[in-house]
Design a protein around this ligand. Structure first.
Ligand code: IVH
Length: 698
């Protein structure tokens, strides 16, 4: 990466743009989904580079610059809370010099004599999420997350489930009103056992304790939060009618007296040497602390000085976070392997000469995607820098350029799936490359088989995901067409079931099989729309499948048109592209699907085994044709999917929400906001019976 000092203005502009997008994407993952994909250190490095470029080219600072934001907007599920005092973040210090400069800035700002002592509290920086607890007359009335700093989420019910959080303040003499702020976190031990439980329940484990804490606090159901071992440390405050002391450590001591856990390691340092000594000491203790920390926070102890120092944009001038260096090491990149996920995404994985990073042996690291490899210009044989932070998957942050071997070739990302050999394509605007051999690719088999039998597809009774998994493991199911050959392998199927103890006893087994085989037989005859949906073509959901089915009418017409489109036949491509509701992206995905011979062959096999029924072409003369219809409330005479399919077959468009463009709302009992919206927009509302009458005989 080029040094900031040597960037041209045009390069700086382009890079600020890239950084804004990249940081925003990381923010969204971190704050919105509690699932970051890079380490904090790597994230900090991105922000630091952004600030350095902005400092050199102040006129290039973007409207959407990451330096203007604290975090992502709160997610919409909880009620919002506007913080009476914003919850700001801390400036970072990465070196002893940065700490020295911090003290220098404070002294200059306050215009202190050289002899004047500046006392500072020092405490670990907990890696959790901050929360603000509002107490009125000693009673907890509201708890909120930080959100974007100005507006957070109301998590009162959830916070009340933490035993570390007092419902009422202990002791006497607390202020009428005070917002106590601090960190919600999960201990490393609790995190480990939670992940064991998550894995046992078949859920994805959390990446690290902080994500687990955030994910647990932001549960809509407080009972779930209650079952998660969350803890709290109080270390700051927001709005307060008065304060119990004149120093930072005095207020924190009062918090302790009121019943809050406060960090036992907090100390008051009287000079720079003491601060740096504290930092080294905590760094040495870090691994044995029992909870994750990512640095030390220093705060000017005198509150009158804190007030005078105030804030600069998003962080206080009176505090700074002294971050620990990321845990890094360098090692040789032995190979880049491509893994194919269940959904067909190709992910590059770095195979490394094993190396110890932060006490853990690392032999694999993620390279994310093709662009990431190109951007870092990582080549097999390079000496790469590995970084680990917390329990995040190890990252490759860069290469040691001087050590590159002569003749090392730039990495060529494969354009074919390494598992099945089908073409792997990348759609515009997407980072991932995907295998197009969906129907037969071994990596995607189980996912595809599950989709194939799902409710809006073949919907085969007796063939759920457990059975699919079992038959796949037994080698009896590889591609969807195998389903319709299972009856020839009755004995093997039975053996697979009995081996897994899915069914006990022969007679019960017979019943299960009769159901399974009846279920399969019943679906040999299937509508063209369901058939197309079942293929699992990317971007082809049930609605698009129906549109295609209605346009082509028969399986024969559809597949032969696709075969022609694959060969580049203009008329076939044009027809596909001009179908209402089929955009460019969808059309390309369909052609890509059929361009893969594996898929084409499997479709042929299926068509020989099945009776795919024709679909009546879209009606035009019906009273609802061309109208936009919304169904809401409980329908009593048909299911939602039936209602939708029927309406669409009559040429109507079925929408999920009511707008001024809606022509008709069909409301059953229990209809709520959509009914109100209909009234607001003056849209005609009818009940289910009236609807049935309207379409009667059509
Ligand atoms: S003081 C006005 N003290 O770090 C600043 N923050 O980067 C108030 N954090 O949002 C924050 N441990 O989530 C403070 N001992 C500590 C902390 C701490 C962790 C977090 C907090 C804050 C972030 C700022």
């Amino acid at each position: 990466m080029k040094d900031v000092s040597s960037l041209t203005k045009a390069e700086a502009k382009a890079e600020l743009k890239r950084l804004a997008a990249e940081i925003a994407a990381h923010d969204a993952r971190y704050f919105g989904k509690d699932a970051p994909t890079i380490s904090d250190a790597a994230y900090d490095a991105l922000k630091a580079r952004n600030s350095a470029i902005e400092a050199r080219f102040p006129d290039l600072v973007r409207e959407d610059s990451p330096s203007k934001r604290v975090g992502a907007k709160p997610s919409r599920r909880f009620a919002k809370v506007v913080h009476a005092r914003p919850m700001l973040s801390l400036d970072n210090a990465f070196s002893d010099d940065d700490v020295r400069e911090f003290l220098g800035r404070v002294r200059r700002f306050l215009d202190l004599d050289e002899g004047e002592e500046v006392a500072v509290t020092a405490e670990p920086k907990i890696d959790g999420l901050s929360a603000s607890l509002r107490y009125e007359r000693g009673v907890l009335v509201q708890a909120a997350t930080r959100g974007d700093g100005s507006e957070g989420e109301n998590v009162t019910a959830n916070m009340l489930t933490l035993s570390d959080v007092p419902r009422t303040l202990k002791g006497k003499g607390h202020p009428e009103l005070i917002e106590v702020r601090g960190e919600v976190y999960m201990s490393k031990a609790d995190f480990a056992s939670l992940n064991v439980r998550e894995a046992e329940a078949g859920r994805e484990p959390f990446a690290n304790p902080r994500n687990a804490a955030a994910g647990s606090l932001r549960q809509l159901d407080p009972a779930i939060t209650a079952a998660r071992p969350l803890r709290f440390f109080a270390y700051a405050w927001g709005e307060a009618s008065s304060l119990p002391a004149e120093t930072q450590d005095g207020v924190v001591s009062a918090f302790k007296a009121w019943g809050f856990p406060v960090n036992p390691l907090m100390a008051v340092c009287r000079d720079e040497a003491a601060m740096l000594g504290f930092y080294r000491d905590i760094e040495a203790k870090r691994a044995s602390l029992g909870y994750d920390i990512d640095g030390v926070v220093y705060k000017i102890n005198r509150l009158d000085w804190q007030n005078r120092l105030g804030f600069v944009s998003r962080s206080p001038r009176w505090a700074i976070a002294h971050k620990f260096p990321p845990e890094q090491a360098s090692t040789e990149l032995l190979a880049i392997d491509i893994q194919v996920g269940r959904t067909g995404v190709l992910t590059p994985v770095a195979r490394l000469q094993p190396v110890t990073v932060g006490g853990v042996v690392v032999s694999n690291a993620t390279l994310h995607n093709e662009d990431e490899i190109a951007r870092k210009d990582v080549r097999v044989g390079d000496i790469v820098i590995i970084q680990r932070a917390g329990d995040v998957i190890p990252q490759i942050t860069g290469i040691v350029a001087e050590k590159r071997k002569r003749g090392a070739k730039a990495y060529q990302f494969p354009d074919h799936c390494p598992v099945c050999g089908s073409p792997a394509v990348r759609e515009e605007g997407e980072a991932a490359r995907r295998c197009t051999g969906g129907l037969t690719c071994a990596a995607q088999r189980v996912e595809r088989l599950n989709h194939f039998v799902s409710r809006d597809a073949f919907d085969i009774e007796g063939l759920g995901s457990t059975t699919i998994e079992l038959l796949h493991e037994a080698g009896l199911l590889k591609a969807p067409s195998d389903i319709f050959h299972l009856h020839d392998k009755r004995e093997a199927v039975k053996a697979a079931f009995l081996a897994r103890r899915e069914v006990k006893g022969e007679s019960k087994a017979d019943k299960v099989f009769t159901n399974l085989f009846d279920g399969i037989e019943a679906r040999r005859r299937i509508g063209l729309d369901r058939f197309i949906f079942a293929l699992g073509i990317r971007h082809v959901g049930d609605t698009t499948a129906r549109v295609l089915a209605r346009n082509y009418g028969s399986a024969e017409a559809f597949t032969s048109a696709m075969a022609r489109a694959v060969k580049g036949d203009d008329a076939a491509l044009h027809e596909l592209g001009s179908i209402d509701g089929i955009g460019d992206v969808v059309a390309r995905a369909i052609v890509n699907f059929f361009a893969d011979a594996h898929n084409g062959d499997e479709v042929k096999r299926l068509l020989m085994l099945l009776d795919v029924t024709d679909m009546a072409k879209a009606a035009t003369g019906s009273p609802v044709s061309g109208k936009t219809v919304v169904f809401t409330g409980t329908l009593e005479k048909m299911t939602r999917s039936e209602a939708k399919a029927r309406a669409e077959a009559l040429g109507a468009k079925v929408a999920g929400s009511v707008s001024a463009k809606t022509d008709l709302v069909v409301a059953g009992p229990g209809a709520g906001s959509k009914l109100k919206d209909a009234q607001k927009h003056g849209v005609q509302v009818i009940d289910e019976d009236a609807w049935l009458k309207m379409i009667e005989g059509l």
